[in-house]
Design a protein around this ligand. Structure first.
Ligand code: NAD
Ligand code: GLY
Length: 375
């Protein structure tokens, strides 16, 4: 495997997440697994590397080789969103207990968002909290799930419903790992990057639109810039609202619709970024109906998502009734009332507490087709 992607090799970038005593640095670059000095972030003598059966043959040894003079164990979990559950979490705890890991241990997540979220939650709760490091290996995890300290597992009744806020000691983003990422997973990461432009930075969105072909061909320079900007936007939002009392919810543009799709499918078939892709468009359509966006903006984003081979309609067997039921399990629901993240314009999102029910039903019927029960 060659060590660099297409394009020229940029120098390493660093994004600081400034959270007082929980501050940390996101290292971004080509080859950072080897160069980011992971040892600097490991205090105790014990380490557990958590990964899965797909990522282990690719990157486990590379990470393990960076750790010297420590007792290092690993656990290789089954691969898939459907395994992001309490049973897999129990496997991590059993390994830690069987190998007698104490409070000074460090967990290292090597993989995508599923591994990162589960490892983070295990670290948040094992012995009431131990240290952990994120080594995200999907584009989605590099720009989103590894940064900000949200950790969780799914429940059959709802996505990410059991979790904790627990910040990592550091995040090591090695863009080389994107080389082995399947196209579908790569596109899912692009959906989350587009989300950042849409919610917070119109110039970044315009840049992404202009550079979309270079990004899709995995130009390492352009990708490094897109990852850095995404992490900067995320860090800024998290710094102002670490535990999502308010503004942090804007990072969930499209997720209320998207999580409903994922739960409907029992966390199989579609991947997270694909569900988010459709959700972004549904949220934009709703923003249009409320008079905040022009319809041409919705079409523009739809074309961009399709250009990246991302879906723009929910699964064909999902009905309006499914959405209505599943969206009420969203974590943004308060007193059984749905709150939605919508766009005020491209580059500015807002959490909306009150909205016309007819607007939501009109979005659902436009995306799902008419509700057979109302015929
Ligand atoms: P994932 O973790 O399932 O990874 C996607 C697939 O890519 C898996 O099959 C994985 O084994 C494989 N893979 C990972 N790295 C690879 C590599 N370098 N080469 C080849 N294959 C590789 O999915 P994801 O999209 O990374 O993450 C989605 C999860 O992240 C969801 O559970 C979602 O809820 C969560 N998430 C969390 C946050 C947060 O803030 N904590 C934010 C966004 C998403
Ligand atoms: N991915 C949403 C958040 O971190 O808040």
């Amino acid at each position: 495997m060659s060590l660099i992607l297409n394009g020229s090799l940029p120098s390493d970038r660093r994004v600081e997440v400034d959270l007082g005593s929980r501050s940390y640095c996101v290292h971004i670059g080509s080859g950072t697994i080897v160069r980011a000095d992971i040892m600097h972030y490991i205090d105790g003598d014990q380490v557990l590397i958590v990964t899965n059966e797909t990522v282990a043959p690719l990157y486990l040894e590379m990470v393990r080789e960076q750790i010297t003079g420590k007792k290092v164990h690993d656990i290789i979990l089954p691969d898939g969103e459907q395994f992001k559950n309490l049973e897999a979490l129990d496997g991590i705890f059993s390994k830690l207990l069987a190998e007698k890991h104490d409070r000074s241990t460090t967990l290292i997540a090597v993989g995508g968002g599923v591994i990162g979220d589960m490892t983070g939650f295990a670290a948040a709760t094992y012995l009431r909290g131990v240290s952990f490091i994120q080594v995200p290996t999907t584009l989605l995890a590099q720009v989103d799930s590894s940064v900000g300290g949200k950790t969780a597992v799914n429940h059959p009744l709802g996505k990410n419903m059991i979790g904790a806020f627990h910040q990592p000691r550091t995040v090591i983003v090695d863009t080389n790992t994107l080389q082995s990422l399947p196209d579908r997973e790569f596109s899912a990461g692009i959906a989350e990057i587009l989300k950042y432009g849409l919610i917070a930075d119109v110039d970044f969105f315009n840049w992404l639109e202009r550079e979309i072909d270079s990004l899709m061909s995995r130009d390492v320079g352009k990708l490094t810039y897109a990852i850095e900007q995404s992490c900067r936007i995320k860090a800024k939002v998290v710094q102002s609202d670490e535990t999502e009392q308010g503004v942090r919810a804007i990072l969930n543009l499209g997720h209320t619709f998207g999580h409903a799709i994922e739960t409907f499918q029992n966390y199989r078939h579609w991947i997270h970024g694909e569900a988010v892709s459709v959700g972004i468009l549904m949220a934009m359509q709703m923003s249009y109906l409320r008079g905040n966006l022009e319809i041409s903006h919705v079409h523009r984003v739809s074309e961009l998502l399709q250009h990246c081979s991302l879906p723009v309609k929910p699964p064909s067997n999902m009905t309006i009734a499914d959405f209505n039921k599943l969206m009420l399990r969203d974590k943004k629901v308060r007193n059984e009332k749905l709150r939605l993240v919508l766009l005020e314009k491209i580059g500015k999102a807002k959490v909306i507490e009150t909205f016309e029910k007819e607007h939501l039903q009109s979005v659902l019927s436009e995306f799902c087709g008419p509700d057979p029960s109302s015929a």
